[in-house]
Design a protein around this ligand. Structure first.
Ligand code: ACM
Ligand code: ZN
Length: 757
């Protein structure tokens, strides 16, 4: 739907309309009025930059590099009393604090602490970029500092490998948003990515896997036959560490233990419990083969950590600790003997014993470990910090025990989740974490007291890459959610709110374009809000931004041609049809195309009751959802479906009036992989008074299976019978048979719409 010729006049209008002044992401803590109007400095008048502090030479160099990446002429480095930016390091400032001050003679002063001057320059970059587009833009007057000290992004380079050049671009993205921590997930079951001189097989063998699973074909397994390999040499790592330092970013390396170790055990199976032979995993998930807990393995890991600590100056070294199956330990004579010798009551305590030894070792080298929240189980090691990913509970427990905490709860901080309408987004692991949700995050839990709150260092987002194979896709998942998280962590309590943020973000996209960032455009997507009015579906099209235009089509409806949507003129569907709609601004790329089926039928908005309520797990919107004009999709979006299991519901629709009924479309689901089965029997009966029902149809399992087809639909003719009430008795499938996923469990029946015509 890119045929927009008729609209070109409007496009021009929007391109010329101009932009708001001086917006910065993350939002500065305070922007003060200038004392004296004559001190105004026009951004476009700045020509020189200087510092008399040799310690700031690196910041200046990075600033110039960013300028040239944006395609801007360099600001000349020269002492100048006018039209200049003066950089001043001031020990009276906190490390990350800075001020941007407009002085007389067209001079801007950026004054700050150890990292603060750099952050001032990062703000200045955004101001300069806007100054290019807006001639009259004045330099803002800022006083700025972060709310949290750990402002992080993680990247998994094990599931898919990304070259060091991309890692550097990722670090640039952090720095541009004043984030200061890069968590580099270097090892996992599917690949070992860091050269260790003492154990060369880790990369010779552990960095190569023969293929990857195709999409989600776990059972039966389908592999793509394409080898994946790659690792960073120690020289690469030193180069990246230096690059990050120049951008005031600390790299926290992660070496996973005692679980997520299959790639390492492929190279050195002697450190497993079984001593079997292994290969790096080709599918996603958690390997049962973990490190053995014997002394030799601890020494092996200490050797590795020695080399890691020599490469990374970080105070914190991440040692993983998540998702450790205990199967092998339970039957390993060595592990069981360790438990006896050290009076450990279960395998959780064995894990804790393992982590405590690593903690003591890393502490003895003047560093600290950080681990995923499972390291709380069986007792937290003395000096360990905790990264809370399974919600905030782990973080809260650790803070109460006076341990440092980094928050990264799945619901807000897992950027491998999809961020928009699932039908438009690339395949992802699951979950839904739109940018609005990220922006709403408050890293410090209210349940902590003032003293405990001090242990919350900040938060980070995680980009796990099972389903992310390209660098463009990483950028899509990371940005712009990264911008929102950066503001959560930098601005803290002074975060100005979603509307303010999204308007700045709109301008910020133009800045990101200069750096060729493949950010997600999901925020530009159209949302169709439906209302049922007199058996018609009235649809309002909504977007986050309103400067642009929405084009739509009502296929199979009244407006099949491309139309321009007018605000306050909702679309009325009198018959079932397909809606397509897309937002765009000027000549710029817009959001994704919205495509939705709208079902118009007699049951819309009518009263629906059931003898058995849907399960609390699958009851979003309740029974009215069965007549809301919306059929569910497969693969399943949970929020579109109601689910029953174990009990057979009898569902009644009251249509309000007696009329001739022609047909019933039942939208149901078959997804045996997820324990969801078609009903085994369906009995339809009709009534005019709601008391006396006449059986009309009874479908057997075989008839249901044969009738079920595309669009997850099963049609049942109602033979023009006159009725007001329709009753549907569903018989769920029996317990799941042997050999199928979920064997022995109750099967589920899912429904999304009951369309009566
Ligand atoms: C994790 O997501 N397993 C930390
Ligand atoms: Zn063992």
């Amino acid at each position: 739907m890119k045929k927009v010729l008729v609209l070109s006049a409007l496009q021009l209008f929007f391109m010329a309309a101009g932009l708001q002044a001086q917006t910065i992401v993350p939002n500065p803590q305070s922007q003060s009025e200038k004392e004296n109007k004559t001190d105004d400095v026009k951004v476009s008048d700045l020509q020189f930059i200087s510092t008399n502090n040799p310690g700031l030479a690196s910041d200046l160099k990075v600033f110039s590099e960013f300028m040239s990446k944006m395609g801007f002429p360099a600001i000349i480095q020269k002492e100048s009393a006018t039209h200049a930016i003066h950089l001043i390091k001031d020990d009276a400032y906190r490390d990350e604090e800075y001020r941007m001050l407009c002085k007389a003679n067209q001079v801007v002063e950026i004054r700050g602490g150890k990292d603060g001057v750099f952050y001032g320059l990062m703000s200045m970059l955004q101001v300069i970029e806007q100054g290019q587009r807006q001639v009259a833009l004045a330099v803002p007057q800022l006083h700025d500092f972060p709310a949290y000290s750990w402002r992080g992004m993680h990247l998994d380079v094990s599931r898919h490998f990304f070259p060091k050049e991309f890692v550097m671009k990722y670090i640039d993205l952090l720095a541009m948003h004043k984030m200061n921590t890069f968590h580099w997930h270097l090892t996992d079951d599917q690949g070992w990515r860091i050269e260790i001189k003492k154990y060369p097989k880790l990369t010779e063998i552990g960095s190569k896997r023969k293929e990857s699973i195709v999409e989600k074909n776990f059972d039966p397994y389908i592999g793509d036959g394409m080898p994946v390999e790659g690792f960073y040499t120690q020289d690469d790592i030193r180069e990246v560490v230096k690059y990050a330092q120049s951008r005031h970013v600390n790299i926290v390396p992660e070496i996973e233990m005692p679980g997520h170790a299959q790639a390492a055990l492929s190279a050195y199976p002697e450190y497993s419990c079984t001593k079997n032979t292994f290969e790096p995993l080709t599918k996603w998930g958690v390997s049962n083969d973990v490190y053995c807990t014997d002394e030799a393995t601890i020494h092996f890991l200490e050797d590795i950590l020695d080399e890691v600590m020599a490469l990374f100056p970080s105070k914190y070294i991440h040692i993983g600790g998540d998702e450790v199956p205990k199967d092998r330990w339970k039957v390993c004579p060595v592990c069981q003997q360790t438990m006896k010798t050290h009076h450990l009551k279960d395998e959780n305590e064995l894990q804790s014993y393992f982590v405590k030894q690593i903690d003591a070792y890393v502490t003895s080298k003047g560093r600290n470990i950080i681990g995923w929240d499972e390291i709380l189980e069986g007792g937290l090691a003395q000096n360990a910090a905790v990264m809370s990913w399974r919600g905030e509970e782990g973080g809260i427990a650790a803070a109460k025990q006076k341990h440092n905490v980094v928050m990264t709860p799945g619901d807000y901080c897992y950027f491998d989740h999809c961020q928009g309408n699932k039908n438009n987004e690339p395949l992802s692991i699951g979950g839904y974490t739109p940018i609005q949700k990220v922006y709403s995050y408050q890293p410090t839990p209210a349940v902590l007291n003032a003293d405990e709150k001090k242990y919350i260092l900040g938060a980070q987002a995680n980009v796990w890459t099972e389903y992310i194979a390209t660098t463009d896709h990483v950028e899509y998942m990371a940005v712009p959610r990264l911008c929102a998280l950066a503001e959560v962590l930098w601005s803290g309590d002074s975060k100005p709110g979603w509307t303010d943020f999204k308007n700045r973000l709109r301008i910020h996209f133009d800045y990101l374009d200069k750096f060729n960032v493949h950010y997600a455009n999901s925020i530009f997507d159209v949302t169709a809000v439906r209302k049922i009015v007199d058996n018609k579906v009235v649809v309002t099209l909504e977007t986050e931004y309103e400067n642009g235009l929405i084009q739509y089509q009502m296929l199979g409806g009244d407006q099949p041609q491309l139309q321009l949507y007018k605000k306050d003129h909702p679309l009325v569907f009198k018959h079932s049809g397909k809606l397509r709609a897309e937002y765009y601004e000027g000549t710029k790329d817009s959001g994704h195309m919205l495509e939705e089926e709208i079902l118009v039928h007699k049951a819309l908005g009518k009263t629906i009751t059931s003898t058995i309520e849907p399960s609390t797990y699958y009851n979003e919107g309740g029974l009215p959802k069965l007549a809301d004009s919306k059929a569910g999709h497969a693969p399943r979006l949970s929020s579109e479906w109601l689910g029953w299991s174990g009990k057979n519901p009898e569902i009644t629709i009251d249509l309000g009036d007696v009329s001739k009924l022609n047909n019933l479309d039942i939208y149901t689901l078959k997804e045996e992989m997820n324990w969801i089965y078609l009903p085994q029997q369906i009995d339809v009966s009709l009534s005019t008074d709601g008391i006396n029902y006449k059986p009309l149809k009874s479908l057997t399992a075989k008839e249901i299976e044969e009738g079920y087809g595309v669009d997850n639909k099963l049609s049942i003719p109602l033979d023009n019978t006159k009725a007001r009430y329709l009753k549907l008795a569903l018989t769920c499938a029996p317990k799941i048979e042997k050999g199928k996923p979920g064997e022995g469990e109750e099967a589920w029946v899912f429904l999304s719409e009951l369309a009566v015509n």
